[in-house]
Design a protein around this ligand. Structure first.
Ligand SMILES: N[C@@H](CCC(=O)N[C@@H](CS)C(=O)NCC(=O)O)C(=O)O
Length: 204
């Protein structure tokens, strides 16, 4: 059987979202590091899987797909054990909207922090910009903390909503930020997530 191919690179948060789901569902895959092998991005296969040139992207048989959340929905549909989306249609709609909005705000802001703090030369980094983004991320974390009141996971059971923010929040310590201890629900949620084997397996 041909193994699923995942185009990724080790520190890519978006790729880690897919790695978590592959681990949850125990799917074997062949990782292809597009940073270690720069020529990969020029191949017809990669271009077909990812017309925008971003990772993650997969090839699974005759399916070529990019965008972390689209890939994860595809994987959940094809490999339903364990299910990572609610059965209830209305709840599923809410989850889809939640992930779309988290991608536009929290995940984007953390991505901008990665560029500013890690990828730019020190002399070009703007401290005021970093502070602004850290404050916006903190505001987002407060909302998540409220949403987690009385719940183990964002939508009750562990789901693609939790997966969509996990690697990004996990990156905060290297960006001069983190989950404040006063956000008790979010702190407990993150401990729960970290104890899952899928979290550990997504880190490479
Ligand atoms: N919305 C996309 C974002 C993908 C994205 O921005 N990926 C980054 C890495 S995390 C990327 O491919 N950057 C270009 C590169 O590093 O070569 C998704 O969710 O997959």
């Amino acid at each position: 059987m041909i193994m699923l191919k995942l185009y990724c690179f080790p520190r890519s948060g978006n790729s880690r979202e897919v790695k978590i789901v592959l681990a949850e569902k125990n799917i074997s895959f062949q990782p292809i590091d597009v940073h270690a092998n720069k020529e990969v991005k020029e191949t017809p296969d990669f271009k077909k899987a990812s017309p925008k040139g971003t990772v993650p992207a997969i090839i699974d048989g005759d399916v070529y797909l990019s965008e972390a959340f689209l890939i994860n929905q595809y994987l959940d549909h094809k490999y339903p054990d364990p299910p990572l989306l609610p059965q209830d249609e209305q709840k599923k709609e809410e989850l889809l909207k939640f992930v779309a909005s988290i991608d536009k705000k929290m995940v984007l802001n953390i991505g901008l922090l990665v560029i500013e703090c890690l990828l730019k030369p020190k002399a070009e980094q703007r401290e005021d910009f970093k502070e602004k983004k850290r404050a916006e991320v903190l505001a987002g974390m407060r909302e998540l903390d409220l949403m987690l009141e009385g719940k183990e996971y964002l939508f009750g059971d562990y789901s693609l909503a939790d997966v969509a923010i996990t690697p990004h929040l996990a990156a905060l310590p290297i960006l001069g930020s983190g989950i404040p201890a006063e956000l008790k629900n979010l702190t407990a949620w993150f401990k729960r997530i970290q104890s899952k084997p899928s979290f550990q397996r997504s880190l490479s």
